[in-house]
Design a protein around this ligand. Structure first.
Ligand SMILES: [Zn+2]
Length: 432
């Protein structure tokens, strides 16, 4: 695969032209090899040679998670012998989908992660401690390893959880950067305090954070980000947004102003509920077209993730589109007592309450068929005052208060980390 590492610094017009050349190749490839898209083009009478610009994409129907679930293998463009790595989506909503990656796809993935790490400012002099899983059919863990190898940086694959083992390894290996879910940083800090580990003088300088938002829409740190930053000065946090379907990531630079798109690897559209494009600064659903994917490329795939995008040049010199943190997932919208909410807004409130050790948010339908929210709070300090305090904080921030149930910290921990899942869970949807 040819690399164009400098394209991100070109003008927005040059970037768009470059992407449209890549788009032509991607469409011709789908038309030749994808059973799913070949049938779609035929049914909709689409001549792919007439799709020349990003705007022209609007003439092609979108693909969604249900299509991927129902017709999973029809998206495969290569015979099974060409597949090397088999991964699954995490199944945040519904059944997991299988993805097969070819040798070229693995090289593309390594390149994507190299660009992502370079955006964070990493070099071959860095040592990364991997605090996420690398197995369990998880694409990202492998991508981090491949990206580190591409840069020539050392990587130490400790895996997720176990603060004690993480600190032992930090002290022995002296990593400069860690890859983790940001709420795990809080656990590392708590453990270090409890065991008198001088964590502020640890070798770690950068945390690359996945899976949970770190920032508000104005790019200031959210409650979780602030909680980490206020206890661990000198640490820099970088947010990155990615998914199995995209086989690409959006990573923040030192400016911390949203995740940068990689123009060689993906085209993004941002759509409203009627599938019309939204303007920069407005919330829209990330809809992606992969570029250069061989095994299971996707065209106009609706991710379900709602973000706000920005087009102004970044002070870092890159002129690529930047994405805010994911403000919500489409299927997870909650209509609670007349207020429309997404779970991250609830997490942001609970993360700011000191006596709450852990929690899960449950949503279910009441007898009227409308949404109810129940938060199971793990705490060692349960009291009527704490319950009243939590409800007051909710009322102050979003005008409504969910039901609160106190549980033991261990019980909530077991809910958060079921054996069958590789990511921790904070949201349980019990709606029919
Ligand atoms: Zn930047």
């Amino acid at each position: 695969m040819q690399h164009h590492t400098k394209i991100q610094y070109e003008s927005p017009e040059t970037i768009k032209k470059f992407q449209e050349e890549k788009l032509k190749e991607a469409l011709a490839y789908l038309n030749a090899y994808s059973p799913y898209y070949k049938a779609l083009f035929k049914k909709e009478k689409i001549d792919v040679s007439q799709i020349k610009t990003v705007e022209d994409l609007q003439n092609i129907p979108t693909t969604d998670k249900t299509d991927l679930q129902n017709r999973n293998m029809d998206f495969a463009c290569v015979p099974r012998e060409k597949i090397i790595d088999i991964v699954t989506t995490s199944g945040t909503l519904g059944e997991p989908v299988i993805f097969g990656l070819t040798e070229n796809d693995l090289q593309r993935l390594a390149y994507n992660e190299r660009l992502s790490f370079e955006t964070v400012g990493l070099t071959q002099n860095d040592i990364m401690q991997l605090m996420t899983t690398i197995d369990r059919c998880f694409m990202a863990g492998l991508a981090y390893f491949l990206g580190a190898r591409e840069i020539g940086m050392s990587i130490c694959r400790v895996g997720n959880g176990i603060p004690e083992l993480q600190w032992d390894t930090i002290n022995r290996i002296q990593p400069t950067v860690a890859m983790m879910v940001p709420s795990f940083a809080c656990k590392l800090i708590d453990y270090a305090k409890q065991e008198n580990i001088n964590y502020k003088h640890a070798s770690l300088r950068k945390l690359i954070c996945i899976g949970e938002p770190l920032r508000n829409l104005d790019f200031s740190l959210n409650t979780l980000g602030e909680k980490i930053a206020s206890q661990w000065d000198g640490i820099r946090m970088f947010s990155t947004y990615a998914s199995t379907e995209m086989q690409s990531s959006f990573t923040e630079c030192e400016e911390g102003k949203g995740g940068h798109l990689q123009p060689e690897l993906i085209i993004t559209e941002f759509l409203d509920a009627n599938e019309k494009p939204v303007r920069p600064g407005e919330a829209g659903e990330v809809t992606i077209t992969t570029l250069g994917v061989e095994g299971m490329p996707l065209l106009r795939f609706k991710t379900g993730d709602i973000v706000v995008y920005h087009t102004e040049p970044c002070p870092c010199g890159r002129n690529t589109i930047r994405l805010s943190s994911v403000t919500g997932r489409k299927g997870q919208m909650v209509k609670f007592k007349g207020t429309t909410l997404y779970p991250p807004a609830l997490y942001d409130i609970i993360d700011g309450i000191p006596d709450v050790v852990n929690y899960v948010v449950e949503v279910f339908h009441n007898e009227l068929g409308t949404d109810e929210i129940l938060i199971r709070v793990g705490t060692n300090k349960k009291s009527e005052q704490l319950e009243k305090h939590i409800k007051d904080v909710f009322r102050a921030k979003i005008r409504v208060a969910p039901a609160i149930v106190f549980e033991s910290v261990e019980y909530v921990n077991a809910l958060q980390f079921p054996q069958s899942k590789r990511k921790s869970i904070k949201f349980i949807d019990r709606r029919e």
